[in-house]
Design a protein around this ligand. Structure first.
Ligand code: GLN
Length: 316
């Protein structure tokens, strides 16, 4: 079979399995099997594929047809123009979440010096690391309850923050260590990057204070998970999705506990589900936050709530 015919065969099979972007997914899988670039594919599409290529491609198509996410097969997902390693232990980075990162980068321009940042529920590390690479931050701390997620975040830190690669003090597994620290990274763009295994603030040292706290916590109401696409409900970690019966459990805890870790005037940015803007705003208001703002994503849905912790002596 020619490469072009192989592609058609794969796309048809995926389409029959109910996959909406069947053509695109088949194309990615074929490029990955052959190791050729999209431009090279156009030149070589009428060449015959060898038996081994056909076999390997059919195998990947079979896996994708069973609704395994494309990103789990390829092992990566692009986010903010950077390539992140992903596994079944972390939520696959979503384009929606770029709304949060872009807003933090925009607001960051108005802050002098090198602000410190905490990313709570970091997963793959996509928020913390894209901000560390694209912004100019001091200390960056990324926390997650899942040691397995922290292994993925650490791999991404090693890939994206060049000085980490030479920093071999780690043993390659998060294990039971609570705090893993990686010093001096990225040509001064972030002074320090730390991964901390923690159930929200449980293991965050009480004397730590940040200019910015960000989080994309689990926020799907438990009973809604069964209605999600098979890729999400069967293959992504429930731990990263399930926000309790009403979906708001982590916002309750984040609203109540984050102020103690923010500098006066510091900001918080929380990703939310499209219908959670008012509820999350009220939780933040009740906890003493001010300047509460709901930010929409590109399709026009509410996606982020941002707020500020008051300056000392400010009563609003
Ligand atoms: N936006 C994700 C989804 O729709 C959910 C992310 C989350 O719970 N933090 O699958």
């Amino acid at each position: 079979m020619t490469l072009e015919k192989l592609l058609r065969f794969g796309a048809d099979k995926l389409s029959k399995s109910g996959i909406s972007e069947a053509d695109l997914d088949a194309r990615y899988l074929l490029l990955s099997v052959t190791g050729i670039s999209p431009a090279m594919f156009l030149i070589r599409k009428n060449q015959e594929a060898d038996g081994e290529t056909e076999q390997r491609f059919e195998d990947l198509i079979q896996r994708r047809a069973s609704r395994i996410p494309l990103q789990h097969i390829l092992g990566t997902q692009e986010f903010m123009g950077l390539e992140f390693a992903v596994s079944p232990d972390v939520l696959i980075p979503r384009q929606d979440t770029e709304t949060l990162v872009e807003r933090v980068l925009y607001d960051r321009k108005g802050i002098e010096g090198t602000p410190s940042l905490l990313d709570m529920c970091t997963g793959s590390g996509c928020i913390a690391l894209s901000l560390a690479v694209l912004g100019d931050f001091g200390q960056v701390v990324a926390a997650d309850i899942s040691p397995k997620a922290l292994i993925v975040a650490e791999e991404n830190a090693r890939r994206l923050l060049p000085r980490h690669r030479n920093n071999r003090e780690d043993q390659g597994a998060a294990g039971n260590e609570r705090i893993r620290e990686h010093g001096k990274i990225l040509n001064g763009r972030a002074d320090r990057f730390q991964l901390i295994q923690s159930d929200l603030y449980e293991n965050i040292p009480a004397d730590m204070e940040f200019d910015i706290i960000v989080s994309n916590p689990p926020y799907i109401p438990s009973q809604d998970i069964r209605d999600l696409e098979p890729e999400v409900k069967d293959y992504e970690p429930r731990l990263a999705l399930d926000g309790s019966a009403d979906g708001l459990e982590f916002y309750r805890r984040l609203a109540a506990e984050s102020g103690a870790y923010l500098k006066p005037g510091g900001r918080i940015y929380l990703e939310i589900g499209y219908d959670q803007g008012l509820a999350v705003s009220s939780l933040l208001r009740a906890a003493g936050f001010i300047n509460i703002e709901i930010i929409k994503d590109i399709p026009g849905q509410d996606r982020v709530v941002a707020a500020r912790w008051p300056q000392e002596g400010t009563h609003v």
